[in-house]
Design a protein around this ligand. Structure first.
Ligand SMILES: [Zn+2]
Length: 407
């Protein structure tokens, strides 16, 4: 059995930079810098009012694209708005300058055409950089929360904290202020929570009704589209059909404002957290003992399989198999384990039949060989077979394949 370090360290409770193993293909640095610039621009409080001088990552990306285009003897972008337009109009593998192949899913764009918001792949690329500023802010607050719970020997508070991030990505100011008094001990985490929930930007606002609308499926806020519609930022929700309107939040200050979990945590903690909770329930139906987010979030699930083996499991929902592969790193803290799985949602494997191969091709990091990439359903299948092979397997108590992705 592998023995991670006994002494808890400051762990990375969500996905980490994929810098090691990032292929040094032509255009890789430029594309990564451009993704970082787009993330910076998306965090401007009032989109459309870009102020000069641009933030350093934005200016660097513009300079890099201009230089590349001049060397190509082609017209450079005239401005940052034109560069932004390129990122919404052209798929990454068809941008008007060289980009690395096999990194982004086919036809994926840095910016969503409908909402002009960064897509999942944009954040994945930005996170792979050496200065993922916004992402670092989220990681630090997560580490602070884990440390505070560890110092007060309060695993239950940490569990309540993770459930909060999964189930309540949006809060009114009043709800956020009252969290510490809800009886779950979250007052210990008041400071990290203030860093993780920030006021909702104007890009979510319906200017006619002065409201924000949550997705009826996943509870994150919907984005207005350029055509007057609404769309959910989680790609699994639009795939399930027409948008479902959920709770409405008033923009005016009646409820103390509206706050949402910062984007990196919505993408890398809240969304996979839903899947981790579902996976735990499915594995338990086959006799596995499951602990979610053990040792203050050292990894996603510690599983005692039906045949008594220990598994370390993390749900990883990355659109880029290459970038996920480049970030392979088995857990080095938390409960010991015999096998380590990264479990991928079904939709990723269906959309990209080469996902597993691309992951392996780029998975050259330390410990990558001991890490098993599986579909979430495949992992449930392993538990199913282990249970069935027992002398007295008993009968599973539920259907083996409930729908992924919903509360
Ligand atoms: Zn949704």
């Amino acid at each position: 059995m592998r023995q991670p370090r006994d002494t808890p360290i400051r762990t990375a409770p969500f996905d980490h930079p994929a810098t090691p193993g990032w292929p040094e293909q032509q255009g890789a640095l430029l594309l990564r810098g451009l993704a970082t610039a787009i993330v910076h621009l998306s965090e401007v409080p009032n989109p459309g009012t870009f102020a000069l001088p641009y933030a350093a990552p934005v200016q660097q990306a513009l300079d890099g694209v201009v230089l590349t285009r001049l060397l190509m003897k082609a017209d450079p972008p005239e401005s940052v708005p034109q560069l932004v337009e390129w990122c919404a109009r052209f798929p990454i593998d068809n941008l008007p300058f060289p980009t690395p192949t096999g990194i982004a899913p086919p036809d994926s764009r840095l910016l969503d055409e409908e909402t002009r918001q960064p897509n999942r792949i944009c954040y994945e690329l930005a996170l792979s950089g050496v200065d993922p500023t916004a992402q670092q802010i989220g990681r630090q607050a997560m580490e602070d929360a884990a440390e505070l719970c560890r110092e007060s020997d309060s695993p239950d508070i940490y569990q309540a904290f993770r459930e909060l991030l999964v189930t309540r990505p949006v809060l009114t100011g009043r709800e956020l202020a009252l969290l510490p008094a809800d009886g779950k001990g979250l007052e210990v985490l008041a400071a990290p929570l203030r860093a993780l929930y920030l006021p909702v930007p104007a890009s979510h606002l319906n200017r006619d009704t002065r409201t924000y609308t949550a997705c009826g499926r996943c509870r994150t806020l919907l984005h207005p589209t350029v055509h007057g519609g609404l769309v959910c930022e989680r790609d699994t929700c639009p795939a399930r059909g027409a948008v479902e309107r959920g709770r409405e939040y008033r923009a005016d200050d009646i409820d103390g404002g509206t706050y949402q979990l910062i984007r990196p945590l919505r993408q890398w903690v809240s969304e996979p957290g839903v899947l981790e909770q579902q996976l735990a329930e499915r594995l338990r139906k086959y006799g596995a003992a499951v602990q979610l987010w053990p040792s203050y979030g050292s990894y996603g699930l510690h599983v005692r399989s039906p045949q008594g083996k220990s598994w370390a499991v993390e749900v990883k929902d990355w659109s880029s198999a290459a970038l996920l592969g480049a970030s392979t790193r088995p857990p080095t803290a938390g409960p010991p384990y015999d096998r380590c799985f990264w479990a991928v949602p079904r939709v990723r494997l269906q959309q990209d039949t080469g996902y597993r191969n691309r992951f392996r091709l780029h998975g050259t990091g330390p410990g990558s060989l001991q890490l098993e990439l599986v579909g979430i359903d495949d992992l449930v299948g392993i538990a199913h077979r282990e249970r069935a092979a027992l002398p007295d397997p008993g009968a599973p108590t539920g259907h083996p394949l409930p729908v992924e992705g919903l509360f």
